[in-house]
Design a protein around this ligand. Structure first.
Ligand code: ATR
Length: 278
């Protein structure tokens, strides 16, 4: 007898217990009244390829990919979106027939969150991105997609930022922290992608006296939700955007692929995740 299978997806990481993705997807499953499951898959790096290849046998329609697998999963996909290829990282997997597709929805999540809280970001002329890691790559990609051509990436490790610049054929400028003040007076959109300001990490300090009126400040850190960077920006009268919305919005495309419905990022969902963060 064939027992009908409910649609299932998972988040693949190592470790993965901290992931907030199950809260998000289980909320949407409940909201739509859908039978389905979203599970944790704690997979060590040496078992990643075998696990990804076994997704269909395990009954998974796909899943999310998180640290440390976002880059390593790329060559395991049969098809990549242009975005995932350019960013060099995949966070969402799904099957179309037998073909495993990979996308990077962080760029979408970033843009959707700013559209919610500071839609005027699309008119920004000069953006500054602090950090040059995986999140920064997705964000610089989204900034370019939005037509913001003057972008400066400020990073501690200059070689890391330079290698991305070379790979992207000089799509942005690179600066070190010491020369950040040279660019700040021209910046209309400032984004922190570093771990500075995260709970337990050193604060992110800026020479606020050099910032310009109308600046939008976005911190992708969401623990704490209101970082010292955002507090300082608000005290200077600037519009601020918290990081939690990016996490919520990046989840939506995956849900639509696996469960066939397009979910909404609601205030109720936001509160649910906030309560879990504590
Ligand atoms: P993610 O995937 O979230 O982007 P990541 O790839 O580990 O994470 O990148 C972390 C970013 O935070 C990097 O830009 C890192 O700078 P380096 O490339 O110089 O390491 C930055 N970062 C972390 N701790 C920092 C610190 N104490 N001071 C300045 N930058 C820091």
């Amino acid at each position: 007898m064939n027992i009908p299978q409910i649609p299932r997806a998972c988040v693949i990481g190592w470790p993965v217990k901290h992931s907030r993705s199950p809260i998000i997807h289980n909320y949407w499953l409940k909201t739509f009244g859908l039978a389905g499951a979203y599970e944790l898959a704690e997979i060590e790096p040496e078992h990643l390829a075998a696990f990804v290849h076994s997704l269909p046998q395990k009954g998974y329609r796909g899943g999310n990919v998180t640290v440390p697998h976002k880059e390593e999963v790329l060559p395991l996909c049969d098809h990549l979106t242009a975005r995932a290829r350019a960013i060099g990282a995949v966070n969402t997997l799904w099957f179309e027939g037998d073909m495993l597709h990979g996308d990077n929805t962080d760029a979408l999540g970033f843009a959707a969150n700013l559209d919610d809280y500071a839609p005027e970001w699309r008119k920004a002329r000069r953006a500054m991105v602090l950090g040059a890691g995986g999140a920064a790559r997705a964000i610089v990609y989204a900034l370019r997609e939005a037509g913001i051509e003057q972008i400066v990436v400020v990073n501690r490790d200059q070689a890391r930022a330079q290698s991305l610049k070379t790979l992207w054929h000089g799509a942005f400028n690179v600066a070190d922290w010491a020369s950040l003040g040279d660019y700040l007076p021209e910046t209309d959109l400032l984004i922190n992608t570093t771990s500075l300001g995260m709970k337990g990490q050193p604060p992110l300090l800026l020479p606020w006296e050099t910032t310009r009126a109308g600046l939008i400040v976005h911190d992708i850190v969401y623990v704490p939700l209101e970082t010292d960077l955002l507090k300082a920006a608000r005290a200077h009268g600037y519009k601020t955007v918290e990081g939690l919305g990016m996490l919520l919005h990046q989840a939506a495309p995956g849900f639509a692929h696996w469960f066939g419905r397009t979910p909404q990022v609601t205030a109720e969902l936001r509160q649910l995740v906030l309560d879990a963060i504590g």
